[in-house]
Design a protein around this ligand. Structure first.
Ligand SMILES: [Ca+2]
Ligand SMILES: [Ca+2]
Length: 642
């Protein structure tokens, strides 16, 4: 059952001026008699680009409740925190206890490792502390809840007073979002002779070793990592791998995730997406997003890269964005591993942003729970600061791995798994990183050029990288120095002339004819100058994104349509879009007069000395919601030369 959010006007307020038959044609018939009005289909899109994400391993963050430490099997708990394969006591109460610490750092969204009930046993000396060996997708790991709390999601649906529900309420009270980590590809490995035992809220529904209803694939381990069929159908590290062709399995996993969304989860991080076929994700996202249209979803396609066509196809066609491993590897190479090319490695990734339909929605990071922490590669805290400044200001949505702000790292075995998951021990709110994240998170929310704008290289050597972000009148100029102190004779900034103050150091810089002369950069220096233009305001705001249009320098893309906001088909009054990259044009269009109405629109390329190139289609149609924000994600329909 979908509930209409309170922000939406009821359908009785809806003023329809177009013939009813046209509107009827736009909505599925079964929807017409429900309380879901047209706006359900045409409004509510979460804008996640201004968020700052913090990813934490629940067991290793903070032990807020000692009573749940031993869990169902006390042998899996190590109170001395010496055995890296066992539970160390962290829980959801611990996350609640530290929410003010996170909020004060500028964190706006918290990604928790999976909360589902796990197998309670050791597999190659490891307990499921990471949460990726699920036994029941409809129950919460009792180690994360209060000792006597019911781990069943169904049974607590009415009570809404578990530690999980309090966490959701405490997050939302602070205007923070909860990102749930989910796994659809597999359940659990062979532990104590059992494999793939799966429960539906406590009722056993599948068993790998007695798979009468074909819930699992039985093709053995992946042996050839170049073979796409194997990657999608075979097993990873002995994990029982679901058979997505079984509709009962699909209904089970979708209903489980919908329960979590109903309990207040705002966004999903999806594990191992490359190990399932894209049609599965398309169906999954269609269902999840019609259940909760404003959910933000991002996937983990391990070591995705803009030059890898399969991962690019996934980002553009699956209905979700992904974690940007390509950029992560480049940043680690340039800043943690001292690669000779330095910042060229990073710019090389940005140069390929046109591969993606929505590069500004990729989730950026410098390390995670599956690789050595940045500081295990390079302990220099100043270099870490440069890396964090980069992901907080470049295109994409930054995600920090827990403890980075406290310089948390354990370098045993090079810091690889499991040593990249130490217990958080320090909560200093005065560290340089903590302070910098707070300041830059604030700027991200204030300055739309950082969250939505284009990115322009302004100065590039292996050691020094300057870039600007641009969106409408808003600008952000960033200078980063990997090397020793240096001075740049002159650098273009795209900023308006006058004095600008660095967000981090408060140092003042004079911009003359768009340039800063004699720009002094400290060793590992970071300069961030922000100029915020007027924000777009309207009763309804349409965030319009057009992909796939080829333009030449000097050409612009506009939207025309049959409403005053889009010029009433007068090309001179059409609404201009902003260039983001060679594949993406974007802008926000305010709607006031035409809210609640069906409109027709299309895109046009304005060309110097040539007639406008209009899309080769009749028109696109949309019902403008009566309030809120909407996203149009359109692909250019090849123009017709007149
Ligand atoms: Ca505990
Ligand atoms: Ca699979």
């Amino acid at each position: 059952m979908v509930t209409t959010p309170p922000s939406q006007a009821s359908s009785t307020q809806y003023q329809v001026t177009e013939p009813q038959s046209e509107i009827d044609a736009l909505i599925p018939e079964q929807r017409q008699d429900t309380d879901i009005d047209l706006e359900f289909l045409y409004t509510r899109d979460i804008e996640f680009r201004q968020e700052t994400i913090y990813f934490l391993v629940v067991d290793r963050f903070y032990n807020g409740d000692p009573d749940n430490n031993e869990g169902p099997n006390p042998e899996l708990y190590d109170p001395d925190r010496k055995d890296w394969g066992k539970y160390w006591g962290g829980d959801l109460q611990g996350v609640i206890d530290k929410l003010d610490y996170l909020k004060n750092m500028g964190v706006t969204a918290v990604w928790l490792t999976p909360l589902f009930e796990q197998v309670e046993d050791l597999f190659v000396g490891q307990a499921a502390i990471h949460g990726y060996w699920t036994k029941d997708f409809k129950r919460i790991n009792p180690r994360f809840l209060g000792k006597d709390e019911e781990p069943s999601l169904n049974k607590t649906q009415d009570a809404k007073n578990t530690t999980f529900d309090r966490l959701v309420a405490e997050l939302h009270q602070r205007k923070m979002k909860l990102i749930l980590d989910i796994v659809c590809n597999h359940s659990n490995p062979d532990f104590s002779g059992k494999k793939g035992e799966l429960y539906d809220d406590g009722v056993k529904i599948a068993d790998f070793n007695d798979d009468v209803n074909h819930w699992y694939h039985h093709y053995g381990e992946v042996t050839n990592w170049e073979d796409e069929w194997q990657i999608q159908n075979c097993e990873l590290a002995g994990l029982a791998t679901f058979n997505e062709n079984n509709v009962d399995y699909r209904n089970y996993i979708k209903s489980a995730i919908k329960q979590w969304l109903d309990r207040g989860v705002d966004a999903l991080r999806v594990d191992t997406v490359k190990h399932m076929p894209i049609w599965f994700w398309q169906e999954f996202n269609a269902d999840i997003q019609s259940h909760k249209p404003d959910v933000f979803i991002f996937g983990e396609w391990i070591y995705n890269h803009p030059s890898d066509p399969l991962s690019v196809e996934f980002v553009n066609c699956s209905g979700m964005t992904i974690l940007d491993f390509g950029l992560c590897v480049a940043i680690r190479g340039a800043l943690a591993q001292g690669a000779e090319g330095g910042f060229h490695l990073i710019q090389n990734i940005f140069n390929q942003d046109h591969c993606y339909s929505g590069a500004t929605e990729l989730v950026t990071f410098i390390d995670n729970h599956d690789m050595p922490r940045f500081q295990s590669l390079n302990p220099d805290p100043e270099m870490l600061r440069v890396a964090i400044a980069l992901i907080m200001t470049c295109r994409g949505i930054p995600c920090l791995y827990y403890g980075t702000e406290q310089y948390l790292h354990d370098d045993t075995d090079g810091g690889d798994d499991p040593y990249n998951r130490p217990m958080m021990t320090q909560w200093d709110t005065e560290t340089e990183i903590y302070r910098q994240v707070r300041l830059l998170s604030g700027v991200r929310r204030l300055n739309p050029s950082i969250s939505m704008g284009s990115q322009w290289q302004k100065y590039l050597t292996p050691d020094v990288y300057c870039y600007s972000r641009r969106y409408r009148e808003s600008r952000c100029f960033v200078a980063l120095n990997r090397g020793e102190a240096t001075t740049l004779d002159a650098v273009e900034t795209d900023l308006p002339d006058g004095e600008h103050t660095c967000v981090i150091t408060r140092t003042k810089y004079e911009v003359t004819e768009g340039k800063i002369y004699n720009l002094e950069l400290d060793r590992r220096g970071v300069v961030v100058l922000s100029h915020v233009g007027e924000r777009v305001k309207g009763q309804t705001l349409v965030r319009v994104q057009l992909n796939g249009v080829e333009t030449q320098p000097g050409e612009t893309v506009v939207v025309i349509g049959d409403c005053p906001e889009l010029g009433n088909w007068d090309i001179a009054k059409a609404y201009p879009l902003e260039y983001i990259n060679s594949n993406t044009w974007f802008n926000e269009i305010p709607f006031d007069e035409s809210v609640g109405q069906l409109i027709n629109y299309k895109y046009v390329v304005l060309r110097e000395g040539k007639s406008p190139l209009r899309e080769n289609l009749v028109a696109r149609r949309w019902v403008i919601a009566s309030e809120g924000t909407v996203k149009w994600r359109d692909t250019w329909a090849s123009g017709h030369e007149s």
